[in-house]
Design a binder for this molecule. Structure first.
Ligand code: NAD
Length: 453
């Protein structure tokens, strides 16, 4: 059987739990044949996935431009390049990572010759539900991890990036083993039908409200979940930091994809004197990136839809506008905006911004900054700009976050050896590189005691 289920507006509007059950049943039959388990099959699928990315750069860039007006440079680096880095990591290390790991055996309790090891077993059929903001990377990186671990996969792209979703639904079956990989396009109806099925793992990227729905549905089958969620990732800027460097790095990482990045710096915490100087440095940094009229810059993206546009525009009155603030609903354009004198309870501080607005909140010093961070949900990332060793150590020891990044926001994603994920409300579980293998495998304990002796 070679069909890959694709549903979505205009294709299978009646995708029901029965359709989903048939699809999962088909993939499970493939899994039971053992076909997805050999290293050769996994490497072949990963190589094909690599080819999908390298042979379709133009089509991918066009789809991302349609959905988000993403620039080619951003597409090449943060969608295609970052996914290739992950795939290459598997191609290089998978065999070594799959080698069973020996465990020490307490000699006084077991006969001589006893061996113990941990082996990585595939889970079976996994569901990957993806988000719209990096719709190639956030779909294909977990799919790559699931395939590397020897699973069959159902991939559900986001309906909010429809051009990319349609492209993924066309390309994945053209490159991958369609008996083991299926794409289901669509929105709540399709995802609900899928979530009613008995998967071996559900990997979800998106907001926490839907994360709860996913976790509840998975609980019915005792299916483990990975939840890659979001939240407000703070930036602490110390008074000793070089503010030209800080501003350039903040502007680049905050305003990439028009601020629609789960690990984007959400807000800045700093003392009042540093805040003043940082304001001026940010104006310069934004102009260096996007010129005097970011609306005319090819490097600057757009908000995904009117609902998110209205939500972000409603946050613009939360402080004094240092730069930006212009917006155009027809074009879904919101200028890169910096707000100062923002109070801790201002609207922009009450939810994840997920748009091109950077509030600066002042605190007297490090103690108050740590208190501010700890009074709120554990963030997906904490960013710190300082040369001070004590400040670094205190922030590392006295706060919690999915990642702690000194010096270059977002970039920890580009290190496949680091786990990517949140903690508490910012997420459950992690992936990337070897951590994807852990996520999508069962670590099976094997004990081998000699019968003789
Ligand atoms: P989204 O709207 O694309 O939703 C994510 C997925 O959930 C989609 O596939 C969608 O079809 C599905 N979905 C939506 N409603 C559903 C429902 N009622 N039942 C079942 N499935 C449903 O994306 P979003 O949630 O707007 O994404 C933005 C959020 O995701 C932000 O909070 C952001 O920080 C977070 N995010 C996290 C990561 C990460 O890796 N940690 C990456 C990107 C985005």
């Amino acid at each position: 059987m070679t069909t890959t289920a694709t549903t979505g507006p205009g294709t299978h509007p009646d995708f029901t739990a029965e359709h989903a059950a048939a699809l999962v049943g088909r993939l499970r039959s493939t899994f039971r044949t053992g076909r997805t388990k050999p290293l050769d099959w996994r490497l072949q699928q990963l190589t094909r996935l690599r080819a999908l990315l390298t042979e379709n750069g133009d089509a991918i860039a066009a789809a991302l431009h349609t959905d988000l007006r993403k620039s080619r440079a951003e597409t090449d680096s943060m969608e295609i390049g970052s996914t290739l880095t992950e795939i290459d990591d598997y191609l290089e290390h998978l065999e070594e990572w799959l080698t069973p790991r020996p465990a020490a055996v307490p000699a006084h309790r077991f006969p001589e010759g006893t061996e113990a090891r941990t082996q990585f077993d595939p889970l079976g059929v996994v569901l990957v539900i993806s988000a719209w903001n990096y719709p190639v990377n956030l779909l294909l990186t977990p799919v790559a991890g699931a395939l590397a671990a020897g699973n069959a996969v159902v991939a559900k792209p986001s309906e909010l990036s429809p051009a990319t979703s349609a492209l993924m639904a066309r390309l994945l079956p053209a490159y991958l083993d369609t008996d083991a990989v299926a794409v289901v396009e669509g929105a709540v109806v399709e995802t609900t039908a899928l979530l009613a099925q008995d998967f071996d793992h559900v990997f979800y990227t998106g907001n926490g409200a839907v994360g709860r729905i996913v976790m509840r549905a998975a609980a019915e089958h005792l299916t483990p979940v990975t939840l890659e969620l979001g939240g407000k990732s703070p930036v602490f800027v110390d008074r000793d930091a070089d503010l030209a460097v800080v501003a350039a790095r903040l502007a680049h990482t905050k305003f990439a994809n028009a601020g629609q990045t789960c690990v984007a710096p959400d807000y800045v915490l700093t003392d009042p004197v540093t805040a003043d100087a940082l304001e001026a440095a940010l104006i310069t940094a934004i102009r260096n990136l996007f010129g005097t009229d970011p609306a005319a810059s090819d490097a600057y993206g757009r908000i995904v839809n009117e609902r998110h546009f209205d939500r972000v525009v409603a946050l613009l009155d939360s402080g004094r506008t240092v730069t930006g603030g212009q917006h155009d609903r027809a074009a879904k354009y919101i200028a890169p905006t910096v707000l100062a004198d923002v109070l801790p309870d201002a609207p922009v501080m009450r939810e994840e911004i997920f748009g091109p607005v950077l509030p600066i909140v002042t605190v007297p010093g490090l103690d108050e900054a740590i208190g501010f961070i700890n009074d709120r949900d554990k963030p997906l990332a904490l960013y710190v700009f300082t040369e001070n060793g004590t400040t670094r150590r205190r922030l590392a020891a006295e706060t919690s976050s999915g990642a702690l990044n000194f010096g270059l926001p977002i970039s920890h994603l580009a290190v496949p050896g680091l786990p990517f994920g949140g903690v508490g409300p910012s997420g459950t579980g992690s992936y990337h590189g070897h951590y994807s293998l852990v996520t999508f495998s069962h670590r099976r304990a094997v004990l081998d005691v000699p019968l003789a002796g």
